[in-house]
Design a protein around this ligand. Structure first.
Ligand code: HEM
Length: 399
């Protein structure tokens, strides 16, 4: 069910609607647990070569959390990942973490807020940061590329959105389903981890349309597809991370009030694309080829050399962006919206992201409208292949 081109999402959605409709018709079955009843509706298979939530077409909601390890005992962490594997397999197929018991004198095994909801295409993606290896004293197993991201020009990172040892990305078409999953995964591991930072986010789109970010522009058009996508994201080195991917998370505040005072030409020059159609400047359709050297009638490039599109594309590096917007109330200091982009990208080597971000550097026209305030780099394990496998097994087997 994993798709990698824009039209694939539409085909998938069509198929899902048909499956959904037929299973809805057949769900009037009494005597089943509510979550079982809904279980035939949309879900992505959990057991796979790669983790879910990477190539999977982006859902409408995310709950992203970063956790700190509270122990140095590797055996306990390994058990935690085994439990998370079993829970994740259930949660992503419309089940509770475990069936409810009969004893009403103890807290229920599942917190219950997803009862009677289907899994809404829930995907759960798990990753570990450089400090995970340092805390557990297993730095000999830390991939060379897994080092903290460098300081970039204009970074204004805040402590409350950086650091942490483990990330969980929960994406679903229902925000309550995504939150429920994270809440229950954290709950079962409370003695081993503490919560460091989290961010909820959203993406809205009709059918297979590319979602628009809070600047009103289509975001995701230039993502690699097909073979190019696979080459960009899957780690291929012969180590425990084979089949995994690196996740970069950036909490990027977008200064909406400043942007909203910028005229349309200025906005389009900033990105190098038309706002309405998403087409590269000088072209008509969203997916028209981007020609950075195309000149207008005055002999100037259609796409400015300091536009976001030019600077990002010019590096020749490919990353897969899977970002979500956020709106988290009002910034107490400025009285402006605390809103922006939970930028998430996947790549087989963090250097792909680093090269692009360095190129955007001080020059990107977009910089005056954004501030990077949160950051994280995580190595996401390969997929859980079957019921005898578990998250991180290839790593823990080496200890
Ligand atoms: C709030 C921050 C950001 C916003 C609002 C934003 C928005 C956009 C938009 C509207 C496009 C054009 C449409 C598309 O291809 O998706 C784009 C393209 C792109 N952006 Fe960003 N972006 C942001 C941050 C970043 C960052 C931090 C990076 C990586 C370091 C990045 C990398 C790219 C790349 C690689 C492309 C595609 C270029 C190509 O066509 O080859 N963006 N972005």
């Amino acid at each position: 069910m994993q798709n990698d081109c824009p039209s694939a999402r539409r085909d998938f959605l069509k198929k899902a609607t048909v499956i959904g409709a037929s299973s809805l018709a057949s769900t009037i079955v009494y005597g089943l647990e509510p979550r079982q009843r809904a279980s035939q509706i949309n879900h992505y298979p959990f057991y796979n070569e790669h983790q879910q939530g990477i190539e999977t077409p982006a859902q409408k909601h995310i709950y992203f959390i970063v956790l700190d390890l509270h122990t140095t005992e590797i055996a306990k962490i390994k058990e935690m990942f085994k439990t998370w594997t079993a829970y994740a397999a259930n949660l992503t197929s419309s089940k509770n973490v475990k069936p409810y018991g009969e004893n009403a004198h103890v807290p229920t095994i599942d917190t219950g807020e997803a009862d009677s909801l289907n899994s809404a295409n829930l995907t759960l993606t798990f990753g570990v940061s450089p400090t995970f290896f340092e805390k557990l004293n297993i730095t000999h197993l830390k991939p060379k590329a897994l080092v903290g991201l460098p300081h970039f020009p204009r970074d204004q990172l805040k402590e409350q959105y950086t650091g942490g040892d483990i990330c969980i990305q929960a994406c679903a078409d229902d925000p309550q389903v995504a939150f429920h999953a994270v809440r229950n995964l954290v709950r079962v591991a409370r003695s081993l981890i503490t919560m460091r930072w989290s961010q909820a986010g959203f993406n809205s789109f009709e059918g297979s349309d590319t979602p628009r970010n809070l600047f009103g522009f289509k975001d995701g058009t230039g993502n690699p597809q097909g073979k190019e996508l696979k080459e960009a994201i899957w780690c291929q080195e012969n180590d425990w991370l084979n089949g995994g991917s690196y996740l970069v998370a950036r909490r990027i505040q977008m200064h909406l009030e400043t942007w909203d005072r910028t005229n349309l030409n200025g906005q389009e020059e900033t990105f190098g694309r038309h706002r309405d159609s998403g087409a590269p400047l000088g072209m008509k359709q969203e997916f028209d080829t981007v020609d950075l050297n195309k000149l207008d009638s005055e002999g100037k490039p259609h796409i400015s050399e300091i536009s976001h599109l030019h600077l990002a594309k010019h590096t020749g590096k490919k990353i897969f962006r899977r970002s979500f917007s956020y709106a988290s109330g009002i910034d107490a200091k400025t009285g402006q919206f605390d809103a922006g982009l939970l930028f998430i990208s996947f790549q087989r080597d963090p250097n792909q992201f680093i090269t692009i971000q360095n190129n955007l550097g001080n020059i990107d026209k977009m910089n005056e409208y954004i501030t990077h305030i949160g950051s994280g780099l995580f190595a996401c394990f390969s997929g859980v292949k079957n019921e005898n496998d578990y998250l991180g097994k290839a790593l823990f087997d080496q200890l």
